[in-house]
Design a protein around this ligand. Structure first.
Ligand SMILES: *Cc1c(COP(=O)(O)O)cnc(C)c1O
Length: 453
């Protein structure tokens, strides 16, 4: 009998997150205050985040305990399954073994609640009443809305305007959990109003929505801000996926030769891969790790590794990361969750030091892979996750050419049940590729602050 999925019991949920900062073979560059040019301290972040998350952001402890109330919420859907894509293997006629970790089983359909629940918990524990955030395609907003609901917090979501109109169902999910959702740029903040005055049809971007959510949060004592990706503590919360996957791969009797994830801000990629990269860093394990990004927003493959703002209004501290320029507004590709100008500092540094590699792919190839995957495995993947599906298929075909029985593991970070309009466009032959917007990126990079790296 062939095994298709590897499950864990509820009591096998990892009780700690893995902090890769303990094992990096290089110093992560400091976060810089744009005014002073000096590294920031905890007090600079205190208006935005609870102290416990600020501590996690800079902690060098390898393992951080997951609080019991967070585990209680995780138990609603965790551990998530690890599948072996046997039907896909047969269709590709490859000797490769393809495994995927499936996060689409969470209540909101993606990996994002893994950190949303933790962030809502720590804010509640420190007496905060209300969280603000941004959302692109709506996955992060849905996750945080659900988490806020569980912990009795108010939630205000600035949703990138194109997605607000393209994906009304995600807005309704957020509202069902009790959140307030506005299209960004919105008339609710100074920054939003300033953009709307110049350009009433501005489609919005994650960078703009982040600026609005931060502006809102700093103006109120009872309010903090919550970010769904990029930051060290967010990536760490996501390692629950990779830690589970390691146990599941052990049950399957294989260790991956290659681990793959898509990258928007880097959190699902980090969450699956860091616990495996730990073996590479601490035990010399041989392992290829591939981050996949859209050709229309290729921060790692075409961006510059430098200090830049995390948002468009230049309100955040400066992070050293791969960036296309914080003023760059990416084309409206369907993988809304991958439309971000920057990349997590840790993921950027790993790429810069050659510990992981990155690859950019066009959206028509991504949807072709997504449809083939759906027909083989029965799961309609999120357009974001389908970037990883495409590269997993490419790897399986390379293994076939080489006659190698390689083991491939990728992150299927979410389902695409609210992205069906994109599938419809692909199926009716209307989906177009966006060229890499070289000139716009060039202009945005000109405006990046000049800080000596
Ligand atoms: C948000 C999202 C992404 C991209 O964000 P990362 O922080 O890079 O993981 C990828 N996949 C899904 C399903 C998402 O919701």
């Amino acid at each position: 009998m062939e095994t298709y999925k590897y499950l864990l019991d509820e009591n096998e949920i990892p009780k700690q997150w893995y902090n890769i900062l303990a094992d990096l073979p290089f110093e992560l560059p400091p976060v810089i205050h744009p005014g002073t040019g000096q590294p920031i301290g905890p007090q600079d972040l205190a208006p935005l985040f609870p102290m416990e998350l600020i501590k996690q952001e800079v902690s060098r402890d390898r393992w951080i305990d997951i609080p019991e109330p967070v585990l209680d919420v995780y138990r609603l859907w965790r551990p998530t399954p690890l599948f072996r894509a046997r039907r896909l293997e047969k269709i590709l006629d490859t000797p490769a073994r393809i495994f995927y970790k499936y996060e689409g089983v969470s209540p909101v359909g993606s990996h994002k609640p893994n950190t949303a629940v933790a962030q809502a918990y720590y804010n509640k524990a420190e007496g905060i009443k209300r969280l603000t955030t941004e959302t692109g395609a709506g996955q992060w907003g849905s996750a945080l809305s659900m988490a806020c609901n569980f912990f009795g917090l108010e939630c205000k979501v600035y949703m990138v305007k194109v997605s607000y109109h393209q994906k009304p169902y995600r807005r309704i999910i957020m509202e069902t959990f009790g959140a307030t959702v506005v299209p960004s740029p919105s008339p609710d903040t100074n920054y939003g109003r300033s953009i709307l005055e110049k350009d009433p049809d501005n489609p919005g971007s994650l960078g703009i929505a982040i600026s609005e959510a931060i502006e809102d949060a700093v103006q109120r004592e009872d309010t903090h801000y919550s970010l769904g990706s990029v930051l060290n503590h967010v990536l760490m919360h996501q390692t629950i996926m990779g830690l589970e996957a390691k146990k599941q791969m052990e049950k399957a009797g294989y260790y991956p030769d290659v681990v793959i994830g898509c990258i928007g801000g880097g959190s699902n990629f980090a969450g699956l891969t860091f616990p495996f990269i730990m073996d590479k860093l601490t035990k010399g394990q041989k392992l290829d790790v591939i981050a996949v990004e859209p050709l229309a927003c290729p921060s790692v493959t075409k961006g510059v590794y430098t200090f830049d703002f995390g948002d468009t209004a230049q309100m955040t501290p400066l992070l050293r990361m791969h960036t296309l320029g914080s003023s760059f507004i990416p084309p409206a590709i369907h993988a809304g969750g991958l439309r971000y100008h920057g990349m997590a500092p840790i993921v950027s540094a790993l790429a810069y030091h050659g510990i992981i590699e990155a690859k950019a792919v066009p959206q028509t190839a991504v949807f072709e892979a997504a449809v083939n995957f759906a027909r083989a495995e029965g799961i309609i993947s999120a357009p974001e996750s389908a970037h990883a599906v495409l590269v997993a298929i490419e790897q399986a075909l390379l293994a076939k050419q080489a006659g190698e029985a390689k083991t491939i593991l990728f992150n299927l970070s979410g389902h695409g049940h609210f992205d069906l309009r994109a599938y419809e466009e692909y199926l009716s032959g209307k989906l177009a590729d966006y060229e890499y917007p070289e000139e716009l990126v060039h202009q945005a990079l000109e405006k990046v602050p000049r800080i000596q790296a």
